[in-house]
Ligand binder design. Structure first.
Ligand code: PHB
Length: 392
């Protein structure tokens, strides 16, 4: 009877349900389906279900998904995590977009011993001082995507930079990563501002500060709705030509670059994935995602896809419950759309290449021109004392 219900649920969510499945894996998908990062949550979910369909058809298990909306609000997300863990009794959780939300649910997840596959939130602490054998990150860490850009911009001859980002954990950590390497190379930060998160509509006053700072370039992190308004305002303020705009690659994500329009052209950023990566694994992913959604996949889609694939691989390796899933997830490695991926056993953070890209006009829409591929870098352990792997 339970099998029939799960099969029905599988069909309802469009997932492949193998007839011979032995196990039933209940997955709590904790994402923002409303608020400033709602579009990101939708892309992650679409990527996740694409992977379950593509890789899960011959898995020895069915997957039932229970979705919960974090609303990008840490206290709301904590309540939803509790519900998934205690009431729904999920075997594994996946998702989380905001670093603030990840910080809020970390103790609950660790204490309950529920494996969590982080499918976005880059919070450095989650794979640093607050690391856990139950938390495996398939996305990126905030420091990891921004450190390479400090040296790269210095190498382009840029010496004075002004930085801007939203005032919450991700904004501060992304900027810290960039500043560390840019100043170590010999560059100077001539000014910084952290703008109220989810509350800033007018970036004009901050842009005026940057303009009068003596900077040669501006480096920012913004994502979601804030990235759209920032890039458009930067252009209409007339700054783009005189003060080139650089940033963390989320700024010009394929998810919303078309909403930014020509304002995004010429902006140079760095990230761990762009849909123009030329490889068979990426071509297969782009085709499957486009067939499912009609959209070009973003980095968020690839986080969901790789999180889903990691789960399937863990199940194919024999994992069936919270403990064995936690153990198997941290051993996952494969060549995915972004290149060769592995999990660093010292932190449970992903190790992956970083791409510097420029947003350029393509055929009918904006596209991503890769300027450089920088080597895969494992994060420093950042205070992580990883407990011994949990026993099966
Ligand atoms: C985060 O809060 O960690 C975060 C949010 C959106 C992004 C990247 C990082 O695009």
């Amino acid at each position: 009877m339970k099998r029939a219900i799960l099969a029905a649920l599988g069909l309802a969510t469009g997932l492949a349900v193998p007839a011979s499945a032995e196990e039933e894996i209940k997955v709590g998908l904790l994402l923002p389906f409303s608020g400033v990062y709602a579009a990101l949550g939708n892309d992650i979910e679409a990527g996740f279900t694409t992977a379950l369909e593509q890789f899960g058809a011959d898995a020895p298990a069915t997957f039932e998904i229970v979705r919960e909306d974090t609303e990008v609000k840490p206290p709301v997300a904590l309540g939803k995590a509790k519900k998934l863990i205690l009431q729904d009794k999920v075997d594994v959780m996946a998702g989380i977009v905001s670093s603030g939300v990840l910080g809020a649910v970390r103790d609950m997840v660790h204490g309950a011993g529920v494996p969590l596959i982080v499918a976005n939130a880059g919070n450095d602490d989650a794979t640093g001082t607050a690391c856990s054998p139950y938390i495996t990150r398939m996305s990126f860490s905030n420091g990891q995507v921004n450190r390479p850009m400090g040296q790269w911009m210095y190498d382009q001859g840029i010496r004075k930079v002004y930085t801007l980002a939203p005032d919450y954990a991700a904004g501060r950590q992304m900027i810290d990563g960039f500043v560390q390497t840019f100043t170590a190379a010999g560059g100077e930060i001539v000014g910084q501002d952290f703008t109220p998160f989810q509350k800033t509509q007018d970036f004009g006053p901050y842009m005026a500060q940057a303009k009068s700072s003596g900077a040669e370039a501006v480096f920012v992190f913004y994502a979601g709705g804030e990235a759209i308004s920032f890039v458009k305002q930067y252009d209409s303020f007339g700054l783009k030509a005189e003060l080139p705009l650089y940033g963390s690659g989320f700024l010009t994500s394929p998810l919303y670059v078309n909403a930014q329009g020509p304002a995004a052209e010429g902006v140079i950023t760095a990230l761990h994935y762009v849909p123009t990566i030329d490889s068979p694994a990426n071509a297969k992913f782009v085709a499957a995602f486009q067939a499912k959604t009609g959209r070009i996949p973003s980095e968020f889609a690839v986080h969901g896809y790789d999180a889903g694939r990691a789960l399937v691989e863990a199940v194919k390796a024999g994992a069936t419950d919270r403990e064995s899933l936690a153990n198997a997830l941290r051993q996952v490695r494969f060549d995915g759309p972004r290149g060769a991926l592995s999990i660093d056993p010292a932190t449970n953070n992903i190790v992956q290449p970083i791409y510097v890209y420029e947003t350029v006009a393509g055929e009918g829409s904006l596209t991503q021109k890769v300027l450089a591929q920088l080597p895969a870098e494992a994060d420093p352990v950042n205070g992580c004392e990883m407990a011994a792997p949990v026993s099966n």
